[in-house]
Design a protein around this ligand. Sequence first.
Ligand code: PLP
Length: 461
Amino acid sequence: MMTSAKSTLSARGADLATGPNMRDQSSQILGKQWHPIDNPDALVNIGTAENNLMQEDVADFVKSKDLDLQGVDFDYGEGPWGSVRLREGLAKFFNEFFQPHTNIDAADLTCMNGCSALFNMLSLTLGDPGDGIMLSMPSYVAFASDFGMVGKMKPIFVPTPPNTDAFSPEILSSYETAFQNAVRSGVRPRALMLCNPHNPLGRCYPPSTLIALLEFCNKYRIHLLADEIYAMSVYSLPSETKHAAEKERNDDPATPFTSILSLSYEDYIDPNLLHHIYGLSKDFVSGGLRIGSLYTRNTSLQRALCALSSFHWIGQIDQLIAVTMLEDAGFLASFLEKGRRALASSSRVARELLRREGIVWFGGERVNAGFFLWVDLRAWLGRKGTDEGVEDREEGGRWEAEGRLSKRMLDGGVFLTPGRGQGAEEPGWYRLVFSREEVVLREGIKRLVKVLGDVKKGSTV
Ligand SMILES: Cc1ncc(COP(=O)(O)O)c(C=O)c1O
């Protein structure tokens, strides 16, 4: 006798069963990347933030090291918050590459299997259901669900007013307004998520804005969560791509990366409110290792996270592979440098191809970080006016048009991440990931251009 499968679940289970589900999409998008010979029928994924440019370097390095696995390596190990070797390796890495103002102590690090797991645990330890987490617009696609799906924290999106640079201290007035609006609507803001370098905008925050954000969080006694997962993926564009005037002035319009840990942050915030997140998924192109770390000097938070950490234990062998990289100073320096050069050159290819088609991206030459460009495809959503006055993102006409354009892209064999799920302020913005082998990137953009050509600027998609 069969009952309805859903009716046997808890209310929470039924809710999860009917909500958005990564598995629905992943078979098409994730998995083996398109390749002209090995996998010619696949979709070209230029939407998922993975760096395929450096994967073989990681594999070759690990193969070149004899991991010398012993029986005990298959044990549980030293505890779910990360082995001493892993935490010491990470602390050394931060002390060397992030110029921290205060030396990072391995004892203040708590590791889990990925930053996503850490965010989920932070939602349970920093917020109660219905409390708010402040997020920039746009934001990394999973922040809202990392904090909302289990912990039930609500995103408080912070828009950027016209003519304001979202990376300048001026943006603080929007944080103030969003904070007050949330409080008025009964949502208690508990934390602010700072993503620096920013996903998906690909820019870094200057110290002045970082300080203003620290002061803001301190003023309202909310936590500042600084996600610096792209810290080492900041690149300089080769000078031949710069405009002549820029070359002459020899000035770089892009802001270099400043880690929040490098500031004398205690002058601006109670250190109990600042938490730093890092992981090996991006700079070390090792999303499959599942390694995330949280640096906090808040001992109560650390205790609360450790109480939950057994649900998010990192495999011992994965930790061993990670320390093999972190402990090898020569590898670190050359790998990270090569990675930055590879990103610069791939970004240049993407920029040239897009420019040729008249496609622009947010930030222009100021974009210097991450694996992506935030491309403006608003002109391909069809005639404006169909959604005049439509506020509801579920029903807005142009959001629907973005959905149709995204479908056309998938039908055309290419995936870019649509802005809707990333807290975009307007429909028509997409994250294009350029950290792909050149042949893949070229094919992806070729397919995108074909879809856009079929849709035609200004007509109805
Ligand atoms: C800004 C940011 N934070 C966190 C993550 C997820 O990290 P992890 O693979 O460690 O869960 C991503 C992945 O795309 C990201 O872009």
